[in-house]
Design a binder for this molecule. Structure first.
Ligand code: RTP
Ligand code: MG
Length: 148
C-alpha cells in the first residue's frame, strides 16, 4: 500500500495543532503506520532538504526545521501521497485554500506548518531518513472495509 512522509514542523508543534492535523488524516480514512515527536539534527535537515541546497532560503529552512521538535509521521492509503498534498494546500499559506492545513493554520511561507512528500521517490527517501524499518507497523483496521 502507498505510503507518504508527513511532518508537522516546529511552528505546528508550538501552535498546538498536532491533534487537529492528525485528526484530519484519520477522518479522511488514511492509516497512521508510524509517528514520533523528535528533534531534527542539522545533518538530517540538510539531507532531507538536499534538493533546496542552492536556494537562497536553504540556511533559514534548516535553522527553522531544527529550531524545535517536529512530529514525524508515516501515513498509508490509496493515493495518499497526492491527496495529502491537496489536504496540506499550496506551499505559501497566502495561496492555500481554506480547508487545507496551510490555508487554515499558516500565514507565511517560512512557517507553513507541515511537510509532505511530493512523489513516490521522495516518500521512499524521506521515510528512510526519518524512520527505521522496525518503527513502522503493519496492522489491519476493521474500518478499512468501509473506506475501500
Ligand atoms: P514541503 O517540502 O515543506 O512539504 O513544502 P513544498 O513541497 O510545498 O515546498 P518546497 O518547494 O519543497 O519548499 C520547501 C519548504 O521551503 C520553504 N520555502 N521557503 N522563503 C521562501 O521563499 C521559501 N520557499 C519555500 C517552505 O517552508 C517550504 O515548505
Ligand atoms: Mg517539498
Amino acid at each position: 500500500m502507498e505510503k507518504t512522509y508527513l511532518m508537522i514542523k516546529p511552528d505546528g508543534v508550538q501552535r498546538n495543532v498536532i491533534g487537529e492535523i492528525v485528526s484530519r488524516f484519520e477522518k479522511k480514512g488514511f492509516q497512521l503506520v508510524g509517528a514520533k515527536l523528535m528533534q531534527v539534527t542539522k545533518e538530517t535537515a540538510e539531507l532531507h532538504y538536499a534538493e533546496h541546497k542552492e536556494r537562497p532560503f536553504f540556511g533559514e529552512l534548516v535553522d527553522f526545521i531544527t529550531s524545535g521538535p517536529v512530529f514525524a509521521m508515516v501515513w498509508q492509503g490509496e493515493g495518499v501521497i497526492a491527496t495529502a498534498r491537496q489536504m496540506m494546500g499550496k506551499t505559501n499559506p497566502k495561496e492555500a485554500a481554506p480547508g487545507t492545513v496551510r490555508g487554515d493554520f499558516g500565514v507565511t511561507v517560512g512557517k507553513n506548518i507541515i511537510h509532505g512528500s511530493d512523489s513516490a521517490e521522495s516518500a521512499e527517501r524521506e521515510i528512510a531518513i526519518f524512520f527505521k524499518e522496525e518503527e513502522l507497523v503493519s496492522y489491519t483496521k476493521l474500518m478499512d472495509e468501509w473506506v475501500y
